[in-house]
Design a protein around this ligand. Structure first.
Ligand code: AMP
Ligand code: ZN
Length: 464
């Protein structure tokens, strides 16, 4: 698997530190608001990365933090008159609901910052012992002059930021504009923790260093986020972690580009955002949004439009109906001499599909391999040259690809009563000559492995 490493700006082979096992850390949401679809693009990119690693035969341990204490969460809780944890819990639940709707596979760990303050304090103490910090007014700062490699990830021009400049949006005293807070002294009325440096709360960057190293070790394989995380967040994480351990922190850094609207980054502060609920109100198909995200390489900006979403929905429907047709042909059980060689076509399709993903997650190219394959399979069905074993092989290949795409309906257990009700609805539809609806029901059942047979005694069903 080749991936583009922001550290060094090169596409490199992924060589897991522990053979066959990838450890990755994904910066999670700040739970002060519902996510917008720009945030969700980033989380779906990370899901596609995870699923592609699994498809290529690697095992994955993924950690995603929840930032549940910072200026925004504190302000939000105060505005709603809630305790900080009550306030953040509400948005954490919304976040997990969004991920489930978008068929994002759960990470192995979702640590919350407020559950790991002792680990952060311990890390700050190590940095203090190693001479990387100074204290002023009860806050602790990382002095970047003590970490000569500072800037190696973002290639930021440090000379452009002058020593002694004041940072307008920061209410704390520091010696150098580039220095950043590890620990912020308590302010009246704000949540705070006891520490050897006084009462206060952790800075944002230290939480990711502390929690990633707790769950994944001092050095691990992948660390991801969106491009706006490169500087200062990830640059600061490197300074903290490598400053504390003296070892390399992360082998490969991956960053996805932003989702934009009308040429501007979608963001809460600009007000130009849609939530998942907004999108589903217009088109009730989360698979279409997933597909739209996958149709653009993760390192390119994605311009969100409703037309784009409609196009994605059409493409998703084509994949789903091909899958349902294949299930029907497979269930019919016929074999044909001289049939279309679907098995070998399925193999070349999957090789192209996997190859595209292993080339720095080239999802548009992977999707591009799907349609010629489906076209050939569909025409074989039309020409009656696809037999059951061929349909089986083709369907299996499509389900394998869906391990990354995540757009086919889940194979859920169907209950006889539900099937009987569906058959009745289909018979009704046929009676009123609504053949599209009748067909839809038949295809829906087929995609769940239930095949209908119309006979003189009515419609019967069997498991395909
Ligand atoms: P936040 O909840 O604000 O901490 O953001 C969660 C993640 O979404 C971070 O990795 C951000 O960098 C990312 N993000 C924010 N805006 C966008 C956007 N318009 N497109 C893609 N990712 C974004
Ligand atoms: Zn982070």
């Amino acid at each position: 698997m080749k991936l583009h490493n922001t550290l060094g700006r090169r596409t490199e082979d992924l060589v897991p530190i522990e053979a066959g096992h990838v450890r990755m850390y994904t910066c999670g949401p700040t739970v002060y608001n519902v996510a917008h679809i720009g945030n969700l693009r980033t989380f779906v990119f990370e899901d596609v990365l995870r699923r592609s690693l699994l498809l290529s035969g690697l095992s994955v341990t993924q950690v995603m933090n929840l930032t549940d204490v910072d200026d925004k969460t504190i302000r939000g809780a105060a505005a709603e008159g809630l305790a900080l944890n009550e306030f953040t819990e509400k948005y954490a639940r919304e976040f997990f609901r969004d991920l489930a709707i978008l068929n994002v596979q759960p990470a192995e760990h979702y640590p919350r910052a407020t559950d790991h303050v002792p680990e952060m304090i311990a890390l700050i103490e190590t940095l203090r012992e190693r001479g990387h910090t100074y204290e002023s007014d009860g806050s602790v700062w990382f002095r970047i002059a003590t970490f000569p490699e500072y800037g190696k990830l973002s290639r930021i021009d440090l000379t452009a930021m002058r020593r002694g400049d004041r940072v307008a949006d920061d209410e704390y005293e520091k010696e150098d504009v580039k220095d950043f807070a590890l620990w912020k002294s308590a302010k009246p009325g704000e949540p705070s923790w006891r520490s050897p440096f006084g009462e206060g709360r952790p800075g944002w960057h230290i939480e990711c260093s502390a929690m990633s190293m707790k769950f994944l070790g001092n050095r691990f394989d992948l660390h991801t986020g969106a491009v706006d995380n490169v500087f200062p967040h990830h640059e600061n994480e490197i300074a903290q972690s490598e400053g504390a351990t003296g070892e390399p922190f992360v082998d490969m850094w991956l960053h996805s580009e932003h989702l934009i609207v009308d040429g501007e980054k979608m963001s809460k502060s600009k007000g130009n955002f849609y939530t998942l609920a907004d999108v589903l109100a217009r088109r009730d198909d989360p698979g279409a949004l997933r597909y739209l995200f996958l149709s653009v390489p993760y390192r390119k900006k994605l311009n969100f439009t409703w037309e784009g979403l409609t196009g994605a929905a059409t493409a998703v429907d084509r994949i789903r109906s091909a899958s349902a047709r294949l299930a029907e042909v497979a269930a019919a059980g016929s074999s044909k001499p001289g049939a279309f060689d679907a098995a070998s076509r399925a193999k070349t399709f999957l090789a192209a599909f996997r190859g595209a993903l292993e080339d720095d997650l080239n999802t548009p190219e992977a999707l591009g391999a799907v349609f010629p394959f489906l076209r050939e399979v569909n025409s074989a069905i039309d020409e009656n040259t696809l037999d059951a074993p061929g349909a089986d092989a083709a369907g299996e290949a499509l389900r394998t690809a869906d391990q990354v795409l995540g757009i086919l309906p889940a194979e859920r257990e169907v209950l006889p009563a539900e099937i009987e009700a569906q058959i009745e609805a289909r018979t009704d539809a046929r009676r009123r000559r609504d053949f599209a609806e009748a067909d839809r029901i038949r295809r829906d059942l087929a995609s769940r492995g239930i095949v209908l047979e119309d006979g003189a005694a009515g419609t019967r069903w069997k498991k395909g």
